[in-house]
Every structure is written in structure tokens, then in C-alpha cells.
Write a protein that binds this ligand. Sequence first.
Ligand SMILES: [Zn+2]
Length: 309
Amino acid sequence: MNNTQFANLQTTLEELTFVQLKRLRQHIEDMISSNHVGKAIAVHEEGVAECAHCGSQEFTKYGTTARGQQRYKCKVCGRTFNSLTGTPLSGMKKQDKWHQYSEGMWFTAKIREAASELGINVKTAWRWRHQLLSKPRQRKPSELHGIIEADETFINESFKGKRQLERPSRKRGVKSHDIPKVPVMLALDRNGAVTHCVLQRNTREELEKSLAPVLTPESVLCTDGNLSYQTIVKNLPFELDHKRLIAIDNQRVIDGIYHIQTLNNWMMRWKQWLRQFNGVGTDYLDNYIAWFRQMEQSQKDDSWVVLAL
Ligand SMILES: [Zn+2]
């Protein structure tokens, strides 16, 4: 369409009624959505290298799916698959709504609002959220370098999202210090790599299992005074410079650069963002860290549909 035609189209739009405009907006959003998602899937499709079921590289094209996607048939196991088989997107129906839903994940976390706006039910919206987060959750740096900050934080245990409660639900008015806390290990380096681990128990062993593998020689580890970190550093197969920032001495920064404030600020932003959910189920805590981590690292126009592939 050339510029004149486009200008004419805009003039014509002025004749529309309010209701027609709203219908048009919905239509345009659907079009953008299927374009965007379609593009992401097409790019992903180019990378199909093996059978989603058995991993064999011997497969042929085999018609298309109802959604118009290329289908393949494996010569070894005989099963069919498409480029989304085995990805979190394959379980999500209503492809035309994905883009809009995924856009919403940057701005509001209110599942009911998202559901009613898109005309999907709350359970579906909830399932999509966690499906879209399953890949970002696994996308953790395997190593941290340079100045590394590590710390633990504690989040109230919650059975939200569980079908059956393992114990009677808490009565209102229970004091916050009576609620069991779930320990979370967080570590980052100054290059922007962030990793985390939801721990089963608050023990040195658990902390070590999640932190030691990401530590690298010639780095400097900054922690608080927790003695566990001393043992973790001692147990490493290499020498590691360890700076303990002991708050009681009021010595929050060593040599002007060694501190854990980058991490503490990160945690503060995360906890503030987390507040909107009014408590998150412990089983899903991992996803809510990954979600925030991804938002801090991506651009706002990155689609969660693309991030989920
Ligand atoms: Zn196969």
C-alpha cells in the first residue's frame, strides 16, 4: 500500500463508529499477534534438526498441521512431529492470543485481568504463564566471573497453586515470623549474569551444591559474614579470594569495590515486583525469579513466545 492509499485508509477510519473501531482494534491486534508469533515459529522451524521423539535425524516433511505448520514424519520411530513438539508452546492452544498474552507479561501480572481481556479462562492464563517461563527458568549462567556477589534470602512458604494442601491453610492474622521460610540462593557477577536456586533446606550443604559450581578461579567472592561461605570456599578445588562484608563492623565496602550491594539491590527490586502477586506458591518460586531475571535482561519488545522456544 502506498502513502496516498494509506492516508485514504486513515481518513475512511474516521467514519467508523465507536463499536466498529473497537472491533477493528481487536482485528488488528489478532493480525499483529499471528504475524509476530508466526515469524518466531518460522525462525524456530528452520532449526529443526532431529525427531522430537527419538532424536533421529532421519525425517521427511509430512503435510502441515491444522495451524498451517510444517509437520514431519520420523523414518526411525515412525511418529510425526512439528517444530513446536516438545516445546512449552505445543501445549498451548489459541495461538492467536499468545502475542497479546506475552506482551501483558511485561506490564501486569494480574492473571484475572489478562484472562478476561483475552477471553480465556483463568486456569488457561495461569498455565500459559508457567509454560512460557519453563525455558527462561533453565537459562541460567553456568559460570560467574570477576567480582561475584552471593547471598541467601528467605521467602514465606506458600501452598498457592497446589491442588491439595499438605497441611491446613493458615488462618488470617498469623504473624509473619510463624510462617516457615524458603531459602533462596542468589549470586551475580558485575557483568550482569545472575543465577539463583530455591533450596530445600537452609544448610551449608544445600548452599554449596548450588553456589560452588558457578564459582570460577581468579574471581573474587563477596558475601556477608555467614560462616558457610568460608567452608564453601575452602572446599573448592582452587584458590578463591573471599571478601566477607560483615555488617556488624559497619564495613559494607572493602577497597571501594568489594560489596554485595548490587545483589541486595537486585533482591530489593525483585521482592518489590513480587509483592503484586500477594504471595507466590513455593513450587513456583523458581519461575517467579526466572521471570524477573528475564525481564531485567531482555528488552520490553522481546516476546515471551520467542523466549519460551
Ligand atoms: Zn523418531
